[in-house]
Design a protein around this ligand. Structure first.
Ligand SMILES: C[C@H](C[C@H]1O[C@@H](n2cnc3c(N)ncnc32)[C@H](O)[C@@H]1O)NC(=O)c1cc(-c2ccc(F)cc2)cc(O)c1O
Ligand SMILES: [Mg+2]
Length: 214
């Protein structure tokens, strides 16, 4: 029983990044994934696109599905406006534990709530539990076959409002065909594809940005 990859990623952050400096935490994880071990973070290339969408939306309320080690959580939280808050759902308790420490190392724990559990179980309770009216921004990065059922659940729970921006990772690799078809065909969404590459590789991947029209 050695360490897990998320634990080795966390150690790389604690050894290479400066406490309270979110840019150095992002750089330490990207260095680890490029030079030590690949890991399924959104990465620097797609991360740049994520940054530009978050900066454009400047969300007061943001939701992330699939925290993993907290890399995209840090990328989003560092760009939130004053008073902004990010809720991130993570199914795997070991990943959630690592993510909490990565987020704390970046000094962003006051803007982020890591919630341990499955998105499908938690989405119906976000309003009552966190006093959320609706989300300004949602980043989808969890099990790829749950993207579609979970946005339908968000719609049903009234957690999307006119103008809510959804940004989905991995719409090409591993791929989310049913989600893509839905958001691109539905009259309720205005969708745009940002072509890029699978994190730390030359394989094609991209992000789909979909604005909910109500
Ligand atoms: C799914 C994972 C990300 C995390 O999501 C949590 N999760 C799951 N289901 C739920 C839920 N229902 N609620 C809350 N959290 C939930 C999980 O525990 C992982 O920590 N992401 C991926 O699998 C992923 C995979 C690849 C990838 C691409 C090419 C390859 F050859 C191999 C892998 C790339 C990526 O960019 C990913 O994002
Ligand atoms: Mg991903």
């Amino acid at each position: 029983t050695g360490t897990t990859r998320p634990q080795r990623l966390l150690r790389a952050v604690q050894e290479r990044a400066t406490r309270g400096d979110s840019e150095s935490v992002i750089a330490a994880i990207d260095h680890f994934c490029r030079h030590q071990e690949w890991a399924m973070n959104v990465g620097d290339e797609k991360g740049f696109i994520l940054d530009s969408v978050v900066s454009e939306v400047s969300p007061q309320t943001a939701l992330e599905l699939g925290t993993y080690c907290g890399y995209s959580t840090v990328r989003i939280a560092r760009l939130l406006p004053p008073g902004g808050h990010l809720i991130t759902l993570e199914f795997n308790p070991n990943y959630a534990a690592v993510a909490r420490q990565v987020i704390a190392w970046a000094g962003l724990e006051d803007m982020v709530q890591v919630v341990e559990g499955a998105s499908g179980d938690w989405i119906p309770h976000l309003r009552e539990h966190f006093g959320i009216e609706s989300f300004d921004f949602v980043f989808l990065d969890h099990w790829k076959e749950l993207y579609l059922p979970d946005i339908k659940l968000l719609e049903e729970c009234g957690l999307l409002r006119k103008g809510t921006v959804l940004l989905a990772d991995n719409v090409v690799c591993p791929g989310t065909p049913d989600y893509l078809e839905y958001v691109r065909k539905s009259q309720s969404y205005e969708s745009h594809y940002f072509g890029s590459h699978l994190e730390y590789t030359r394989a094609e991947d991209g992000l789909e940005k979909s604005v909910y029209l109500g």
